[in-house]
Design a binder for this molecule. Structure first.
Ligand code: URA
Ligand code: URA
Length: 237
């Protein structure tokens, strides 16, 4: 990694520590056990009523999904990972090669950069929830097809409805365009608060884009500071 980047991360960390220390326990909440036990033991589970749905029921519903053509080429379905009570959800595009092999989102090079961005925000990936618009890898990382999005997006909608985070971050053009149903360039959308189902959504660049365009890291850090401000304004719990 270039020294300049390491210095930027170091600076960001110092800033994060001093200004946002109170956020370090973000997402460690008291209701996890209650929420899960209550839901699991409920006799109505499986009816997908909005009240009883959990991330587990959505995952179960996906099952060994064969709803679109990506099933044939995927290794593992990549559902999502993190804190089911997260105050912050970050949504990416689709699994890449590493994610497809591991069954976990953002574990490749872009994911490692995302981990560092989270760290600079005073967070760990366990504190937030990470998922993608598509749950399966498009071959050769091609852009997702509209029919694949149409088939898969309802599961993302359900994930976000169950978690109901205080803030959503849309990572990159594809996720932001899918979530907001717009074609406005990401360069114009980023940094400005949008709403998704009433939840504040911050569009920003994708970490894979940052790997190719390190100068854009400054913009992403500005966007993440806005996210921290919003989380702070929304309060804990
Ligand atoms: N890029 C994404 O958009 N999502 C991942 O999970 C990995 C890379
Ligand atoms: N283009 C993309 O697809 N994503 C970005 O984050 C930036 C440019």
């Amino acid at each position: 990694m270039p020294d300049q980047v390491i210095n930027e991360i170091r600076e960001a960390l110092v800033l994060a520590r001093s200004q946002f220390e109170y956020l370090s326990d973000l997402g460690i909440e008291t209701q996890t056990t209650e929420f899960h036990d209550g839901s699991k033991n409920h006799p109505c589970i499986g009816t997908y009523s909005a009240l009883q749905e959990t991330l587990d029921t959505i995952r179960t519903d996906l099952g060994d999904c064969q709803r679109c053509g990506l099933a044939a080429s995927r290794t593992k379905l990549v559902f999502g990972v993190g804190n089911p009570n997260a105050r912050l959800v970050l949504v990416g595009e689709a699994p890449g090669r590493e994610e497809d092999l591991k069954g976990e989102p953002f574990v490749g090079e872009a994911g490692q950069l995302l981990d560092r961005i989270l760290l600079a925000m005073g967070m760990q990936r366990e504190d937030v929830y990470l998922c993608n618009v598509l749950k399966c890898r498009p071959p050769d990382n091609r852009d997702p097809n509209p029919d694949e999005v149409a088939t898969c997006e309802p599961f993302l909608v359900r994930q976000l409805a169950v978690i109901r985070p205080q803030v959503i971050v849309g990572l990159g053009r594809f996720a932001v365009h899918s979530l907001l149903k717009t074609k406005t360039p990401i360069s114009r959308l980023r940094g400005e608060w949008q709403r998704y189902q009433g939840i504040p959504l911050m569009p920003t660049y994708h970490p894979a884009y940052l790997l190719r365009n390190p100068e854009a890291k400054r913009d992403v850090w500005e966007d993440m500071k806005e996210v921290l401000r919003m989380l702070n304004a929304e309060g804990g719990g």
